[in-house]
Each structure stands twice: as structure tokens, then as C-alpha cells.
Design a protein around this ligand. Structure first.
Ligand code: CDT
Length: 350
């Protein structure tokens, strides 16, 4: 039985430090409407989608830092937070699910780089994820205009990699109440989804944790520098064009290889363009199939909807054959992966 879903990545172009939240939300509403006109049932927005990518700045004013974060209203749902409510309200009107990244301030005043999956039909936040692999620094390692201070502003996510089911986006999904006794239900229930945020996508550990929960669709929001004048500057000087191409190559590489190795589709949505006319972020928002092929990709580094109809049934082939985990994984050989953090070289030869 086909398991068809119409999905979209809503890529967002430059958002400056001076851009108002309201103007960014208007752009997001336009993207959502445009995805809706294509028939999208699920729209994925980028990491920290409502603001410029603020961890590039060293702030000294607490009020300014807090202005980049959203609180879950009453500790319950970001969908009720006044700043961003219009996006969730429109998703409800359109009955479209959205996944969106944001800076989260908890009721206790903790800060995470988070994303929620919001069901447009029920108006509920079905899942929240907090970025696990928070990159960059607490303090600038050198006095550069472009540093990456995510570790200064965000704690390490504490929710793990918990896959969830998106209610209703697959027609005729088997539920607990409708499942027949002693009948195989794998690949027949509501869509199984996992979330990753930007740097997370470079780490196969998170993907595999989702793979082990039968994930069918991994959603990723990102802000990735194209310009190579920070700590990650290559050894040899390269042009802006080459630096961008390299960053894009690595983005595509990890989206494609991890989708393939976990027999799942993936959608990545980026913030891109030249923030403040000088901070370059790559585009390349894409939809990748469960064989690792890019089936739709952004053509611009501006606001753009990337759309595809996908059949989650396609995941079954890889899950049953080449990546049949139950048959072929060898967990007894993988202990080092969770027991050890940094690498340890073999002893030197005599
Ligand atoms: N936002 C984010 O996670 N960006 C990282 C840059 C890492 S380099 C400091 C990325 O993986 O693209």
C-alpha cells in the first residue's frame, strides 16, 4: 500500500539583525501559503527560523540576548507565544503540519536550540526536540567579526533522539485500536518522524538512534556558513565560491548518506543568503529519498519552497534488505561508540 505524503522545505533567505520578528513571520506565512497551494501536508522551516542567526554575535546586554528566544506560553506550547502565534494559527487554518526551529527559553530560564512539530489538524505540539550537538564556543577564540558562539547561548539538548508519529498525514494508517491481532503492523502506522538541528545532521549517531525506531522521515533545520573566514577556515585560502561549494557538498553528503543508511526520507530547510549583507549562509534545502537521492532541491539562496510528493512505503525495501537491522547489525561490536567520547589512537609501533 502506498504511504503518500506531500512535503515541503520552506527555505528562508537573508534575515538581518535589524529585521523585525513581524516581517520575518510575514515571509514565513507567504512560504506556508505557497506550500499549501502546492498541496503540502507538512512544511519544514529552518533552525532558529524567526530571527537572524544570532549566535554569531557576542552580546553583552541580557535583554538583547533574551529578545532572540521564545517562551512556551505558560510552559505548555510555543504555538501560543504572542510573537510567533500567527504562524501556528495559519498552519491550523490550513490544516498543515509544520516543523520549526527556535531559541527556546524554558519557564526556569534555561536556553535551548529547539524545534517543534505542530499538527495543523489538532493544533497540538506533537514533539519537541532540543539540539544535541551544539557547535562553536562559549567565548570567542579570537577577535573576529564572525565567530560561532552557540555554546554560549544554548545548553546541550536533553531530550535525546525520540522518534514520534505524525498523526493523520498518511491515509488509512493502522492505529492501536484498528490493528488486527497477530498481524504485522511495521510500516503501516502513522508516519514515523525524527528531528535534527543543523550540526546534528553531521553526526551519524543521531540518525542511527532514529533508524533504530524505524524512522521514515528525518526533518532538519540549518544555518550553515558559506564563508570560510572563521575557525573552520581551510588550511589553504580558497575563494568564497569554493568555500560555499564545499559547505554545500558536506551538507548534501550527510543528508544523502544518512538517509540511505537508515532507509528514510529526509527534508532539510536552511536559512541562507547574506545576513547583514556580510554573513554568508548556504542554501541547498532539499528533499532526499530513502535510497539517498536528492529528489528536490532549492535553486536560490532566498525565500523558496522546495516541494515533493513522497511515498514512505519506499523505506521498506532498505529496511527489509540491505539495512535489515534485526538481521545484520552487530551491537556486540559497537560498544566503543557509546563507551568512548574522543578518539584514542592504537599504541605506537615499537
Ligand atoms: N548552526 C549550526 O549548527 N551550524 C553548524 C556550523 C558548525 S561550524 C561552527 C553546521 O553544522 O552547519
Amino acid at each position: 500500500m502506498p504511504r503518500l505524503v506531500k512535503v515541503a522545505a520552506a527555505q528562508i533567505g537573508a534575515v538581518h539583525r535589524t529585521s523585525s520578528r513581524a516581517s520575518t513571520i510575514q515571509r514565513m506565512l507567504a512560504l506556508l501559503d505557497s506550500a499549501a497551494s502546492l498541496g503540502a501536508q507538512l512544511v519544514v522551516f529552518p533552525e532558529c527560523a524567526f530571527t537572524t542567526f544570532f549566535p554569531r554575535y557576542l552580546f553583552t546586554d541580557d535583554a538583547e540576548i533574551e529578545s532572540y528566544f521564545e517562551s512556551d506560553a505558560g510552559g505548555s506550547s510555543i504555538a501560543e507565544s504572542a510573537n510567533v502565534k500567527p504562524l501556528f494559527d495559519r498552519a491550523r487554518e490550513l490544516s498543515i503540519d509544520i516543523w520549526v526551529g527556535y531559541g527556546e527559553r524554558t519557564p526556569e530560564g534555561r536556553h535551548f536550540n529547539s524545534a517543534v512539530y505542530f499538527c495543523g489538524r489538532t493544533g497540538e505540539v506533537v514533539s519537541k526536540y532540543r539540539k544535541t550537538h551544539v557547535p562553536g564556543f562559549v567565548d570567542p577564540p579570537f577577535p573576529s567579526a564572525e565567530v560561532h558562539l552557540e555554546k554560549r547561548y544554548f545548553e546541550t539538548g536533553d531530550l535525546g533522539f525520540k522518534a514520534f508519529r505524525a498523526p493523520g498525514i498518511i491515509a488509512d494508517a493502522v492505529k492501536q485500536s484498528t490493528a488486527e491481532a497477530d498481524t504485522e503492523t511495521d510500516g503501516k502506522g502513522d508516519a514515523i518522524i525524527g528531528s535534527l538541528i543543523c550540526n546534528d545532521r553531521r553526526w551519524p549517531e543521531g540518525w542511527r538512534a532514529y533508524g533504530l525506531q524505524g524512522v521514515e522521515l528525518v526533518l532538519v533545520g540549518f544555518n550553515t556558513n558559506g564563508k570560510a573566514d572563521d575557525i573552520y577556515k581551510p588550511k589553504h585560502p580558497i575563494s568564497l565560491e569554493d568555500a560555499r561549494a564545499e559547505a554545500l557538498f558536506h551538507h548534501q553528503l550527510v543528508m544523502q548518506s544518512n538517509s540511505y543508511a537508515n532507509s528514510c526520507f529526509s527534508i532539510s530547510a536552511g536559512r541562507c543568503g547574506m545576513d547583514d549583507e556580510k554573513y554568508d549562509l548556504i542554501g541547498g534545502s532539499s528533499i532526499v529519498d530513502s535510497d539517498g537521492h536528492i529528489i528536490a532541491e532549492a535553486k536560490t539562496t532566498d525565500d523558496e519552497v522546495v516541494f515533493a510528493e513522497i511515498d514512505l512505503e519506499d523505506c521498506r525495501k532498505g529496511k527489509k534488505e540491505i539495512f535489515n537491522f534485526a538481521v545484520n547489525r552487530q551491537p556486540q561490536a559497537y560498544g566503543i561508540i557509546v563507551e568512548q567520547k574522543g578518539y584514542v589512537e592504537p599504541e605506537l609501533l615499537p
